[in-house]
Design a protein. Structure first.
Lengths: 308, 436
């Protein structure tokens, strides 16, 4: 697995406030990389450093094997969290201007814009001014100008804010499509459900330090507590409960079921396997429900942040 | 990648296509020419009115002086007492009645009276007074046995011929012309900086409030964006200025053609007096002298210096305006930062208006023609009086150098400021930004 973007030991101070402290991340090619963290953790500063908007005090960013230079901006597409367009400029003119700033020629930009405007069925917006569009409509234009120059690296900071669910879905599909076409995506958010849906890698930044990084599945594996959610029925539930208590640690579980079950989260001991648990339960009760508890991104996020 | 031309183009067209810009460009000359034409028209209407003045002068003391002109007709009333004369004058619609009582020459000056329905115009009375004064004075001189022709012959007009040690001739008229040039150049720069500097500031604030700024500076360096803004807005400003000059010229031609109004009349309200004055040979030679002086001014030096100092001064100030725009969130917050920018500019204009006029090569004038924030205005006012080339070049070098430094500082504030939202920074914080 090759790496598209490497940030090595990045530190950044603003006067007496430390925004980033020795942060390193590695973003694999063609991945969707979730940059997570609470508000004020330093995500936006890191993203601005990658975009060469802010210079780091220490550390280095490497894009495709080369240290960043101003020429690299044409390989990066950036959709900032604080975004907007010139209100009194016409949509078409504005998109052409921004595309040319990213290094496209006028003709190229025009051709690609036509393609995207057709695709989103918004060709009739071309002569309109931004101030005549709704917020969601303007966001679509903003998305188009971000991806128009076909960058290797796309950086989205809270891309779904401002979109209604339907348009958010369109954008989500486009992000996945761009990844499949070969782009690498860095995706900064604190909305965990979109992380589950999109990201294959994540890094967690908290109080200016990176505290977690890796493949989402690997992280989930290391964070799982070998706990199983079970629903059991037996003649004597009280006795069943004490039998289980003698062998495993458990806590009450809560899920929907048809039967009036005994619902528990049972944690395996150090030497137990799921088969042991299943065999044990099978001997004492009827098993209606048996699922491994896999921590979701939200749990991992909260748990890791709290542990730090 | 150099995107400067692209940014300049956008900034220029964003300005030029703006509705209020277009309206102002075309409306201002129309308003200016319109108001001037109106004034000229009203003045000429006023001047065309013929005044009839009744004169009751039984001794015919002032008969020689009160000669009717196109605008004023003096009507002598014969053999009438004062009351009848008053009645007649008020009923026949004359402008007023001038009464010169038949008394000794020594006493008459206190007893001359002018009766009228409304108070007469100030200019009419003063011209009447000066005529009478002159005549009475001459009569008295004759009474004392003085030969008037000798007095006339003894009149001497002195105009000290001024010449510098290098042999360059100057004159009072020339000094006036120099002052005029300096004042116009300095004032033009002052207005230009304030109007278009503000326009740059607003355009930076607009980028901040519309939140497009981060998108743009992920593609170009902030300093490129800032310079692009300054150059683009300046070009739009120059375009507007040029349009104004051309439109004013064309419109005043049209106005004088259509309405038959002489716009130059707007400048003086007493056409008749001016025409009289122009026939005076003394004034005429002054006028010719003025034209000669105009040709003897160091024209090339003036024009080149004007262009260079104008550009230098404007760019220096506009980078400050850009930095202010970047530091704040909205126009109301700009107040506290505007003062330090406006102050040196005002200072320059005052020094130009008072010190340079008094002593163009004194130490204060010289000092402030080197300080970059005042030098464009002060130097432009000094140059017509003759400033050695090396002084001009030195001042210009200082100006360019400080422009580079100011842009560097402004760019730092700009770079940090454009990403700051929500809080009005203090001067202390601005200093901190320089270190980011």
């Amino acid at each position: 697995m090759s790496i598209l973007l490497e940030a090595n030991n990045i530190s950044k101070n603003f006067a007496d406030f430390q925004a980033l402290s020795d942060v390193s991340i590695q973003v694999p090619k063609r991945s969707i990389f979730g940059l997570l963290g609470p508000n004020g953790a330093g995500k936006t500063t890191l993203i601005r450093i990658i975009n060469q908007i802010t210079m780091p005090d220490a550390g280095q960013v490497i894009l495709d094997g080369e240290p960043l230079t101003p020429e690299h901006v044409q390989y990066i597409g950036y959709l900032p969290e604080e975004r907007g367009l010139y209100k009194s400029m016409k949509v078409g003119e504005q998109a052409l201007y921004l595309a040319q700033l990213k290094g496209l020629s006028y003709a190229q930009a025009k051709k690609r814009l036509n393609y995207w405007f057709e695709k989103f069925e918004i060709a009739h917006w071309w002569e309109k001014k931004i101030q005549e569009l709704s917020k969601g409509m303007a966001q679509k234009i903003q998305f188009i100008v971000t991806v128009l120059h076909q960058p290797k690296l796309l950086i989205f900071d809270e891309p779904f804010s401002g979109f209604d669910p339907i348009n958010a879905n369109i954008i989500k599909d486009e992000i996945l499509y761009l990844r499949d076409e070969g782009a690498t995506v860095i995706f900064s958010t604190h909305r965990m459900e979109s992380v589950e849906e999109l990201c294959d890698h994540i890094a967690l930044i908290h109080q200016s330090k990176k505290i977690l990084e890796g493949k989402l599945n690997d992280i989930k594996r290391t964070h799982k507590t070998n706990t199983f959610e079970v629903g059991l029925s037996a003649n004597d539930l009280v006795q069943l409960k004490s039998e289980i208590a003698s062998r495993f640690k458990f806590s009450k579980a809560d899920f929907r079921s048809l039967e009036d079950d005994l619902k528990l989260n049972i944690q395996l001991g150090a030497k137990d396997t799921p088969r042991d648990l299943l065999a044990f339960l099978n001997e004492n009760a009827q098993i209606n429900h048996f699922v491994e508890v896999i921590p979701n991104a939200n749990d991992i996020f909260i748990q890791t942040v709290n542990n730090n | 990648m150099n995107h400067l031309p692209l940014i300049i183009k956008r900034e220029f067209f964003a300005k030029v296509k703006n509705k209020s810009f277009i309206i102002m460009t075309f409306l201002s000359p129309i308003i200016i020419v319109g108001v001037l034409s109106l004034i000229a028209y009203l003045t000429s209407v006023n001047n065309d009115k013929v005044r009839t003045v009744s004169v009751l002068d039984p001794s015919d003391l002032l008969q020689k002086v009160l000669v009717s002109t196109d605008y004023t007709i003096y009507q002598n009333l014969e053999d009438m007492d004062l009351e009848d004369a008053k009645q007649l004058s008020s009923s026949n619609g004359s402008y007023g009645l001038l009464h010169v009582p038949n008394v000794e020459l020594d006493k008459v000056s206190d007893q001359i009276k002018f009766y009228s329905k409304e108070s007469p115009s100030l200019s009419f009375i003063s011209s009447l007074e000066s005529k009478i004064e002159k005549h009475l004075g001459e009569l008295k001189l004759i009474q004392y046995g003085v030969d008037l022709s000798k007095i006339e012959a003894a009149k001497t007009y002195v105009d000290v011929n001024q010449e510098s040690f290098e042999g360059v001739k100057t004159s009072k008229a020339g000094s006036f012309l120099k002052l005029l040039f300096g004042a116009v150049a300095g004032y033009l720069l002052f207005i230009f900086i304030i109007v278009y500097g503000n326009s740059i500031m607003r355009s930076v604030i607009e980028e901040k409030t519309s939140r497009i700024i981060e998108v743009i500076i992920s593609s170009v360096k902030p300093i490129q964006l800032m310079l692009g803004k300054i150059f683009g807005t300046s070009l739009a400003g120059i375009t507007q200025f040029a349009m104004w000059v051309v439109l004013c010229f064309v419109l005043s031609l049209v106005a004088s053609f259509v309405f038959g109004v002489d716009l130059s009349a707007a400048q003086t309200s007493h056409q008749a007096e001016v025409v009289e004055a122009m026939s005076n040979p003394q004034v005429n030679s002054d006028f010719q002298e003025l034209i000669l002086e105009f040709h003897s001014l160091p024209m090339w030096n003036l024009v080149i210096a004007f262009v260079l100092f104008f550009i230098g001064g404007y760019l220096l100030y506009s980078s400050l305006y850009a930095a202010i725009g970047a530091a704040v969130d909205n126009e109301t917050d700009t107040q506290q930062f505007m003062l330090p920018v406006i102050m040196p500019l005002m200072l320059a204009v005052y020094i130009g208006a008072f010190t340079v006029v008094e002593d163009p090569h004194g130490s204060i004038s010289t000092l402030f023609s080197y300080i970059p924030f005042t030098s464009p205005v002060v130097m432009l006012m000094r140059i017509p009086f003759g400033v050695p080339l090396w002084e001009q070049i030195l001042s210009l070098l200082i100006l360019v150098l400080s422009f580079v430094i100011t842009v560097w500082i402004a760019a730092k504030i700009y770079r940090v400021g454009i990403l700051m939202h929500g809080k009005k920074p203090t001067y202390k914080e601005l200093l901190k930004w320089l270190k980011y």
